[in-house]
Design a protein around this ligand. Structure first.
Ligand code: ATP
Ligand code: MG
Ligand code: ZN
Length: 332
């Protein structure tokens, strides 16, 4: 990535952190004015942190450790008193701590010297222009609605289950998938089914959940993904932006390939698709692949080596029901 872009992102992080810290300082000021007891307890904490610095300089290890233990006990005791006093006075404890967007890196973007997943995700979003396709605010498990799925089973769906029972099952499988994203035994997901039955929506719900839990996710349709890969290969690694996008395909914790089967295929693309799926499987990196094609059609379209991996390492979720796009249109 352009170092300027990274600089801009980090500037944004700095501002975010500053804002959270400033707000917290403001809250504390207000609390200290209203509850003098908390103010003097806070003073005691400040004195202890000076004592703690002095204690760290004690040469004798045993004396130093005893000192540390005593100081920690004292800090705990004072913190408990602060918590009780805040509660007694009707204050929310949240006000006493800075409210960072990312609790892991405290909006610094880094954990030790490594990029935090929130920063990695931000870089992916920019490289893949993801913010407009991954509508995380609108499409997540909270907005996931089962009202569009009929509770009546029908022969036309080709299943004994009703679309509602079916989507409830797939939803459970998906939530489990999110929980076990880094588990070696968790299978990947293959979403199969007709148009407008919610494959993309559910993929986005999963991406949203996974990102919320501190992992990184790339969403891309098969045609654009394959074009990205081919562009990189054709540039022989010379273009840095392409290189970064290419590497992210393998690095991201979750790769969602949507609309498999809509791309125009050729031999190089087959090879590259195989390489992506195979490498990610070997590295235990999860994938979700969606397609309108039937299993039979998959076999007709793709190399046996690709399809056998899709069948063997993916849990097949067959979406059934009526086109939600049409249903929504009728309602409006
Ligand atoms: N569970 C849901 N709750 C609310 N809206 C949904 C849900 N599932 C799908 N939708 C909406 O229904 C429409 C179609 O869903 P989606 O795009 O996910 O279908 P799809 O199976 O990916 O279709 P295609 O195969 O054509 O890509 C979208 O507008 C989406 O927002
Ligand atoms: Mg779709
Ligand atoms: Zn972070």
């Amino acid at each position: 990535m352009d170092t300027y872009v990274l600089k801009d992102i980090l500037k944004e992080y700095n501002l975010k952190k500053q804002r959270a810290d400033d707000q917290c300082k403001k809250n504390k000021k207000e609390i200290f004015l209203k509850i003098p007891e908390v103010a003097s307890l806070q003073d005691e904490l400040a004195t202890i942190s000076i004592k703690s610095l002095k204690n760290n300089m004690i040469q004798d290890q045993i004396s130093r450790e005893i000192g540390t233990q005593n100081l920690e006990l004292k800090i705990n005791e004072i913190n408990n008193k602060i918590v009780k006093s805040l509660k007694r006075n009707g204050y929310d404890l949240e006000m006493f701590n800075p409210k960072y967007e990312c609790e892991m890196c405290k909006d610094t973007g880094y954990l030790n010297d490594k990029q935090c997943s929130c920063l990695k995700q931000k870089i992916i979003n920019i490289a893949y222009k993801q913010s407009n396709v991954l509508r995380l605010e609108d499409e997540n498990f909270e907005t996931f609605d089962t009202c569009y799925y009929s509770s009546k089973s029908d022969e036309k769906y080709g299943s004994t289950k009703s679309p509602l029972e079916n989507i409830e099952d797939i939803r459970k499988i998906s939530l489990n998938f999110c929980k076990n994203i880094s588990n070696k035994n968790q299978k990947n997901l293959l979403f199969i089914g007709g148009t407008g039955i919610g494959k993309t929506f559910l993929s986005n719900c999963i991406a949203s959940e996974v990102i919320k839990n501190g992992y990184t996710a790339i969403y891309q349709t098969a045609p654009i993904l394959m074009d990205t890969v081919i562009q990189y290969k054709l540039s022989y690694g010379k273009n840095n932006d392409n290189k970064q996008k290419y590497n992210q395909i393998f690095d991201a914790d979750l790769l969602i390939i949507d609309d498999l089967g809509t791309e125009t295929m050729n031999n190089i693309k087959f090879t590259e698709l195989f390489n992506i799926i195979n490498t990610r499987l070997l590295n235990n990196k999860k994938m979700i692949i969606s397609t309108n094609l039937t299993i039979k059609k998959l076999y007709d379209t793709y190399d046996e080596r690709v399809v056998s991996r899709l069948i063997g390492n993916f849990m097949i979720c067959k979406f059934i029901g009526d086109d939600i796009r049409l249903k929504k249109k009728k309602i409006n």
